[in-house]
Design a protein around this ligand. Structure first.
Ligand code: SF4
Length: 224
């Protein structure tokens, strides 16, 4: 399929989906090309497992904005937004799947959530102590680049331990790209992301996008 036929909301200049003027949508807009999918997606919100979740997420979203005499201002950083949402949902037991490289952050988050009345189950990514050779890594493909034990990240185990604990809701803290995907594919309960790992930017990948210019020119060079 040619690029100009793909759904490209990220490159859309119309953005009529945020208004009531949807008749002005472009021919490639999913509101034009995928009406059936949109209808069936909308029907899913009526399911009991999604209805309250979607409703409370949007209520929480609104409550992260405060009206002041000078206009809207943002309140509730994500840590606060997350536990306020979990309280709205009536959750009691939260699962934390974290990267061992962010153990301090996981510990602080655990304490905050416990202080707010939640039971917290947490599992680090190296759980299982399995050498990376088990998933086919050669010595030179390890971080150490040496033929010695290096524990693999084990996101499937993290997911299954939290599944077994029957957590109400899970929170990801700093799993690597791909390890997070495996976790999300294998976990049973709905999961939110607190921290995405970015080793270079202090876990703020958007910083690279905001820094567009000479420092990150390589990101905009075309490759086939
Ligand atoms: S849904 Fe349609 S109008 Fe909205 S961003 Fe996507 S292409 Fe643009």
């Amino acid at each position: 399929m040619s690029d100009d036929l793909l759904t490209q909301c990220s490159l859309c200049a119309k953005r009529v989906c945020s208004s009531e003027h949807t008749d002005e949508a472009l021919d490639t807009c999913p509101m034009v090309t995928s009406k059936d999918i949109l209808d069936s997606a909308l029907a899913k919100y009526a399911k009991p497992e999604f209805f309250d979740f979607a409703r409370n997420a949007s209520i929480q979203e609104a409550q992260c904005h405060a009206q002041t005499p000078f206009g809207k201002t943002m309140i509730h950083p994500r840590v606060e937004e997350t536990y306020l949402f979990a309280k709205k949902m009536g959750y009691k037991k939260l699962g934390l799947a974290f990267c061992m490289g962010l153990s301090n952050e996981a510990k602080m988050l655990t304490e905050i959530l416990q202080n707010k009345g939640f039971e917290v189950v947490s599992v680090g990514c190296k759980c299982g102590a399995v050498d990376k050779g088990k998933i086919g890594l050669k010595p030179e493909e390890k971080i150490s680049q040496k033929d010695r034990f290096e524990a693999m990240c084990n996101p499937i185990a993290q997911a299954e331990i939290l599944n077994n604990e029957k957590t109400d809701f899970n929170i990801l803290v700093g799993l690597c790209v791909g390890h997070d995907s495996l976790f999300l594919k294998n976990v049973e309960q709905l999961t939110t992301v607190m921290i995405v790992k970015d080793r270079v930017t202090g876990h703020n990948p958007a910083a690279v996008l905001y820094a567009k210019g000479p420092y990150y020119r390589r990101l905009y060079q075309k490759e086939s």
